[in-house]
Write a protein that binds this ligand. Structure first.
Ligand SMILES: [Zn+2]
Length: 367
């Protein structure tokens, strides 16, 4: 199964029902946990999820308001509790915790759901607007969640999907100044607004570090930092989705470098962590979008002197400095742009039979 996570924009009425469902699933989870603990004290066995589902019926008689929300999320909530217990029993992970309304909120459902291009339909609700254009899929499960005041859905679905005919291949070098450099010479700039938000984030974090612990000002500063993170996340997702969709629509075969090696550049800590997330997300999106269209993503798994090798004849220019943006091959006379040459090498390298045999190239495609 594949999944997509994206932001949704519920209206006031929808928000209220979503919040109510968060509350009810949390209530059921905690009630059942309480009951399990009580049972245990009276030395009775653990009651499994089906047993707990029967408890839900009982709770509904006692607490009428539980009937206002859909039943499925309540069932999933006890399924989660059972999984938490299993982890505790089998893997000796911590004892299940009571859920707090301050923690991350979410619920799962799988009936009466469907998606359209820009909409998602959930039970008991009109259609909800979705941030990105959704593919033509039949959802199996939907998880609704809330983070920093924003609402999200994660849709799981089967892979089967109509394919777009694509052809051609491209190598992509990922960088910091330019976000991506293509082997055909295209350069994709890092967006300026992301840079601006990063600057703002650094400022807000500095302000936060100056506030006293447990003070009101700290709370406010914390919220501002988390809103700013959110803004960066949204801008980045928007940018990445547009880019990866365009690539996956045009090419059948894409080669990139393994991200942990491509991003070895020394950098300011914050900017680096943000760029790491962006690169990871870029790969994730590109991989699933290529697979949708029946394409392939080749990931080069180890470091290669990709900027020093001539992509035309294989000559290695050992004395190439980091400051040399352009150079001419001594052997074949080809003039190179450093980054474009690197992207060409990534593509060439990904086709190397020896590297493929020895696991130097990871191919991600639908099996
Ligand atoms: Zn050459």
């Amino acid at each position: 199964m594949e999944s997509i996570k994206t932001q949704i924009y519920p209206n006031q009425q929808q928000k209220e029902l979503i919040e109510k469902t968060f509350g009810c699933t949390r209530f059921i989870y905690n009630k059942c946990l309480e009951q399990q603990i009580k049972n245990h004290e009276q030395s009775q066995k653990f009651i499994n999820k089906y047993g707990m589902c029967k408890w839900i019926t009982g709770f509904k008689k006692e607490y009428e308001w539980l009937k206002e929300v859909e039943n499925k999320p309540l069932q999933y909530s006890v399924f989660n509790l059972e999984s938490a217990y299993k982890r505790f029993f089998r893997e000796h992970k911590g004892f299940p915790n009571f859920k707090s309304k301050n923690g991350k909120q979410s619920y799962k459902t799988d009936v009466h759901i469907y998606v359209e291009k820009h909409w998602v339909k959930l039970p008991k609700m009109d259609k909800i607007r979705v941030f990105e254009k959704l593919p033509d899929i039949k959802p199996k499960q939907i998880i609704v969640s809330k983070d920093s005041g924003k609402y999200y859905i994660s849709i799981s679905f089967d892979k089967q999907r109509e394919k777009i005919e694509t052809s051609g291949e491209i190598g992509i070098d990922l960088g910091l100044k330019d976000f991506a450099i293509f082997s055909d010479g295209t350069k994709v700039k890092n967006h300026k607004f992301i840079k601006n938000s990063e600057k703002q984030l650094a400022k807000l974090q500095k302000r936060l570090s100056r506030t006293k612990k447990c003070s009101n000002r700290r709370k406010v500063a914390k919220l501002k930092v988390s809103r700013c993170y959110q803004k960066i996340r949204n801008q980045r997702q928007d940018f990445l989705h547009k880019l990866t969709t365009a690539i996956a629509k045009q090419y059948k075969y894409v080669a990139i470098e393994n991200l942990s090696v491509s991003n070895m550049v020394k950098n300011h800590c914050l900017a680096k962590s943000i760029s790491d997330v962006a690169l990871g997300e870029f790969r994730r999106q590109l991989e699933y979008k290529l697979k949708w269209n029946g394409g392939e993503l080749a990931v080069i798994g180890r470091f290669e002197p990709s900027s020093k090798t001539c992509s035309n004849c294989g000559f290695i220019k050992k004395d190439l400095k980091l400051s040399d943006r352009k150079w001419v091959c001594e052997k074949c006379g080809t003039s190179h742009d450093r980054d474009i040459n690197a992207a060409k090498n990534i593509l060439n390298f990904s086709h190397s039979p020896m590297e493929r045999r020895e696991g130097g190239v990871e191919i991600c495609a639908i099996s």
